[in-house]
Design a protein around this ligand. Sequence first.
Ligand SMILES: Nc1nc2c(ncn2[C@@H]2O[C@H](COP(=O)(O)OP(=O)(O)OP(=O)(O)O)[C@@H](O)[C@H]2O)c(=O)[nH]1
Ligand SMILES: [Mg+2]
Length: 278
Amino acid sequence: MNQSHQLLIIGGPNAGKTHFVCQLYNRLDAKRSTYHMVTAPLDLTVIKSVIGRLAQGLSGEHTESGLNEEINFVVANKYKEIALSFPDYAGEQIRTLVRDRLVSSRWYELITQSDEWLLLIRPDEIPTLEDITTRGLANVEDLKSRFAIVPKQVELAPPSFYIELLQMMLYIKGKSVITPVIEPRLTIALSCWDTLNLSSSGVTPFGELQKRLPFLATFLETAWAHDSWRVCGLSSLGRTLDTKVPDDDFVDEGPETAGYLVLPSGEHDPDLTKLITF
Ligand SMILES: Nc1nc2c(ncn2[C@@H]2O[C@H](COP(=O)(O)OP(=O)(O)OP(=O)(O)O)[C@@H](O)[C@H]2O)c(=O)[nH]1
Ligand SMILES: [Mg+2]
């Protein structure tokens, strides 16, 4: 074993964090990946409850905001050992981190100890930014309704939010962006890829990121060293599940077989563990 990595999985609300980790666990448990589990998570409460729901063809629930479960497991193949740290917080914590510029001691530890980051972004929930090219000229009625919506608190729009989050994390890690970042290596996973209804060939995840979050794509290219970042697509479930109406096909096919990754080349791959290994 010549390499050991500490990977931190991060993502905002509804990004698909919990379902990814559960499907990863399902794959490892069913030995359907190039990696094997060396140390299983100590506390399986969250994982088991979502896996139980998936086994019935139902979606798991949103992580409660008070819950601060940390799921840690170690996986390995012949060459590498990877310790995964997955603080299964409600994704709202990430918003608060950026909004309040306040980093708890646990988050400080997680960020400084990790040498690889996996950031989950869910593209189908990114609102289209309105500008002069998409909005057109307003009439008086339009203006009245627009000005009636007063944001409670000024929030950053998604492109600036993710750039700010990454800049904060780099700052905490003591990294400057004056020279391209080599470590931590960064994977951005565009989650719930199946909801984008894209063709299964010829679409690259980075191309999608450029289309949907162009500022973030440019930031990645400038801030990170060429070989130290990549963009993948992720569909942990391969389809949308309901919280009440079971999907029988999903059950019959087996949750551990569902889902796929889209590699940077655009190729689809059922081995979800490729997302945690660069
Ligand atoms: N279509 C589709 N839906 C998915 C997929 N993965 C997760 N979802 C759904 O997306 C929603 C959010 O998934 P979670 O894993 O709970 O997201 P989270 O990031 O843990 O969210 P919080 O706990 O609220 O922070 C759920 O309704 C899931 O069923 C996927 O691959 N495809
Ligand atoms: Mg969750």
